[in-house]
Write a new protein. Structure first.
Length: 396
């Protein structure tokens, strides 16, 4: 009889521990929560949106000979008459980075007391349960507003002339000489260096342009002794040099345009209250460029979120069944994870869409769980999307 009772008790213990073998517990720890079991902390991710804005400062500088362009070069359509500076919005793109969500930190334990087969990122995001999953963590980039491509800019003009801005001027003076009783005035030319007038410089440079144009045409049609004309790569090099020289001459009349490129980065952490709400990133003015949002000038550049996927039914279900932690039930329902919300991002300026894209945002979705009883199966394997906190794959 004693043997039967002992055997029955042993069978009950086997059933009990087999049912409890891999059950997990999850707590949302606070400073007052005792951690009586060995376990691990994991955290759900929070999506931060980075809006990358590329703008250009366009500087137009008139040429020193602009007033003589039509006289010596004819009517041209691209002549800069006045110095001018404007700003343009060029390109806007979206990026996202995942950071730990301090409101969704969990303490995970396993009833068996054996090590948890959980793989985490260095931030504490879930990678996998009970399986190996490859994951390359993206290091956070600390963006800095900067400028670039301005090393080759030249905002001044060199006076291009063979004798620069000066010429030799001859003045006639008279030397008085006496021959017996006869007095004579003998003319003598006295040279002096004087500055050329702007029109003289313009005329001289226009003559150079004409000569270069004729030389270029002669090379192309093969005028002269063909035995000494350049061929192939040598001809191409010579034509390029002529073109570059002509361009530098012509800009003395028509002016030049220089562009400085800037990059600005704006980081924003969206909440559910931001859906269908206009969020001012900065102000922009064609005359002043990027301005703070509280500036009185410029127009607002707006960031807008709108939902693509509808997760309300899931949120209602989790609320109805008390899926979330409460004060009287601080323990688990199972392994918590996110279902992210897919949203459409837009950047608008003067009611025009400058950029548009779709993106999954972790915290705009909902938090739910995998039932604890699932983890009683030793063959259970789960893979996650660490940057979103969502499930990638479940298999047995």
């Amino acid at each position: 009889m004693i043997k039967k009772v002992a055997y029955s008790f042993f069978i009950l213990l086997l059933i009990f521990f087999s049912c409890r073998s891999n059950f997990i517990d999850v707590e949302r720890p606070t400073k007052d929560t005792p951690l009586n079991k060995e376990g691990i902390f994991y955290v759900l991710p929070l999506s931060k949106i980075i809006v990358e804005v590329e703008i250009s400062k366009i500087i137009k500088t008139k040429g020193p000979y602009v007033n003589y362009t039509e006289k010596y070069l004819g009517k041209l359509s691209n002549v800069i008459r006045e110095n001018n500076t404007t700003w343009e919005l060029n390109n806007i793109s979206f990026h996202s980075v995942s950071v730990p969500d301090s409101q969704n930190v969990f303490y995970l334990t396993q009833n068996t007391g054996t090590p948890l087969p959980v793989k985490l990122t260095k931030e504490g995001f879930l990678i996998s349960y009970n399986c190996d999953e490859e994951y390359t963590s993206n290091d956070y980039k600390f963006f800095k507003n900067n400028t670039y491509n301005n090393s080759e800019l030249n905002f001044s003009f060199d006076i291009i002339s063979s004798d620069k801005a000066y010429k030799i001027k001859y003045d006639t003076i008279y030397k008085i000489q006496t021959y017996d009783t006869i007095i004579k005035k003998i003319p003598i030319l006295k040279p002096s260096i004087v500055k050329k007038t702007i029109e003289e410089q313009a005329e001289e440079l226009a003559d150079k342009i004409t000569i270069l144009t004729d030389d270029r045409a002669a090379l192309l049609v093969g005028e002269g002794d063909n035995d000494y004309l350049p061929q192939g790569a040598a001809l191409k090099l010579m034509l390029n040099q002529i073109d570059n020289l002509m361009a530098s001459y012509i800009k003395m009349f028509i002016g030049q345009t220089d562009t400085i490129h800037y990059k600005y980065y704006y980081t924003y952490t969206p909440t559910k209250d931001d859906i269908n709400t206009d969020i001012s990133l900065f102000k922009f003015s064609i005359n002043s460029g990027v301005l703070p949002v509280d500036n009185l000038f410029g127009e607002d550049v707006i960031l807008k979120f709108s939902s693509i996927s509808n997760l309300k039914s899931i949120e209602d279900y989790t609320t109805l069944h008390n899926f979330y932690f409460t004060s009287d039930k601080p323990k688990n329902k199972g392994l918590y994870y996110r279902i992210p919300q897919k949203v459409k991002l837009q950047v608008l300026y003067k009611n025009q869409i400058l950029a548009e894209n779709s993106m999954l945002i972790a915290q705009l979705g909902t938090v739910t769980f995998l039932p604890a009883k699932m983890f009683n199966n030793e063959n259970l394997k789960i893979k996650f999307y660490p940057d979103l906190g969502s499930i990638k794959q479940i298999y047995y």
